[in-house]
Design a protein around this ligand. Sequence first.
Ligand code: AP5
Length: 210
Amino acid sequence: MDLILLGAPGAGKGTQGSRLAETLGIPKVATGDILRESVREKTPLGLKAKEYMDAGELVPDEVILGLVHDALASPAAENGVIFDGFPRNVKQAEDLGRILEKAGRRVDGVIVLEVPDDAIVERMSGRRTDPDTGLVYHVVHNPPPAEVAGRVIQRADDHEDTVRHRLKVYAEQTAPLISFYEREGAVVSRVDGTREINEVQAEILRVLRP
Ligand code: AP5
């Protein structure tokens, strides 16, 4: 099963993607996580991506497509993946369609997490990430356990100005994918992402397994 998690920055794609990956037993491919790891390791890819990420801009498509090709070539991905943060524009969606088609696969579902902009800004300011596991927490809504709390970090692109710019980029380049997939005839399910994390998860599972 190949699933896409769509939603604005901070809508909960990473949080729900990790839970879904565990529940469904298929890997999550999160382009943002892969890019951040490359930035931390100062690889040529990371050095190239960093300036775009810090500015809240999309990293060039050819860089992202290389990452996705590599991720899909992994044996773990042969029964499907959960895409988190990809595709991000129509060009990426068209390329993904071609890659999956060559493998005899297609996008089986698109989950759209809907959260208003003001709630997003509050979430981003409280977000903390465990650099060891990549798990995402929030200081109020999902606090890290005591043994993890000392090492969590705040993302460089979570400052309010950058978050507002990322929301603009989302509205202009990524939100049009909702109608793109509806036109393609994919199953597109809109989920209220403002509810409590476990409730959002239950709703996603309900739409996937009606
Ligand atoms: P990326 O890492 O993909 O970031 P994003 O899409 O902006 O999304 P986030 O990771 O910020 O949020 P999320 O939806 O995963 O929310 P989360 O679960 O963390 O991309 C970063 C950058 O990389 C981009 O700006 C771009 O430069 C580049 N990039 C990545 N992919 C690319 C691509 N395909 N093409 C080009 N460039 C690309 O939740 C947020 C917070 O809210 C957390 O603290 C969480 O604990 C909390 N929370 C989650 N759910 C709830 C809830 N239901 N109630 C209360 N709090 C909640």
